[in-house]
Ligand binder design. Structure first.
Ligand SMILES: [Fe+2]
Ligand SMILES: [Fe+2]
Length: 219
């Protein structure tokens, strides 16, 4: 199987899983059923911080220069998103002076991804799969913001944040197509994608109901 065929198969697998999500499923599982704009934005701060930290952590020990560039770009973009979301929370009247997004520690997904050692696994779990999840979650969030009349937050996501998450996913896809070219590398990359989908908070409730995606123990 070529890298391209392999990645196409992974895309179809993810799309089948995402197609089973309801309108606000990713928001509800993320925020324990309490869906309101401020709660989701505060949770988003943690996701942005973790994505930036991971990309920065991986960058110096990822050998391939194009993968390094994608990680460096992502590291900067995710912290930029963090800043924009903080600004939006301030506009909504939230005081973030004492807010620590990782007060409860980093997420199980962060812990898992941080342990990945090879380029194909990192790109598969990070830019490719996690950013695909972000795209789905953001689409649901934009619709939710519009439904409750928060056009400012909807616009921030649809105009700035969402296009950049989509770009991260596309870069991940290209790099995976280029480097996941042997059965061994494809097996490792597919495992990283499946584990990421199984661990992600947004999809966890769904994963327990889905055959083919196996829950693994998380620390
Ligand atoms: Fe982001
Ligand atoms: Fe991103």
């Amino acid at each position: 199987m070529t890298g391209r065929e392999f990645v196409q198969g992974l895309m179809e697998e993810m799309e089948r899983l995402f197609a089973r999500l309801g309108e606000t499923d990713t928001l509800q599982s993320e925020s324990d059923e309490q869906v309101d704009v401020v709660t989701v934005l505060k949770l988003a701060l943690k996701s942005e911080l973790e994505a930036s930290e991971l990309a920065g952590f991986w960058m110096p020990t990822t050998h391939e220069v194009d993968a390094k560039m994608a990680l460096a770009l992502q590291c900067g973009d995710e912290m930029k998103h963090y800043g924009l979301i903080s600004q939006r929370l301030a506009e909504l009247g939230e005081d973030l002076a004492d807010f620590d997004p990782v007060a409860d520690g980093h997420s199980p997904l962060y812990q898992y991804l941080r342990g990945l050692r090879t380029t194909v696994e990192r790109i598969a779990g990070g830019p490719f799969a996690s950013e695909a999840i972000a795209e789905i979650r953001n689409t649901q969030f934009v619709n939710f913001c519009r439904a409750v009349g928060d056009d400012g937050t909807a616009k921030l996501y649809s105009d700035i944040i969402q296009p950049e998450e989509v770009h991260h996913h596309h870069l991940g896809r290209e790099i995976l197509e280029k480097y996941a070219t042997t059965p061994e590398l494809q097996e490792a990359a597919a495992a990283a994608v499946r584990n990421t989908l199984a661990i992600a908070d947004e999809l966890r409730a769904l994963a327990t109901k889905t055959t083919g995606i196996h829950n693994i123990p998380v620390s």
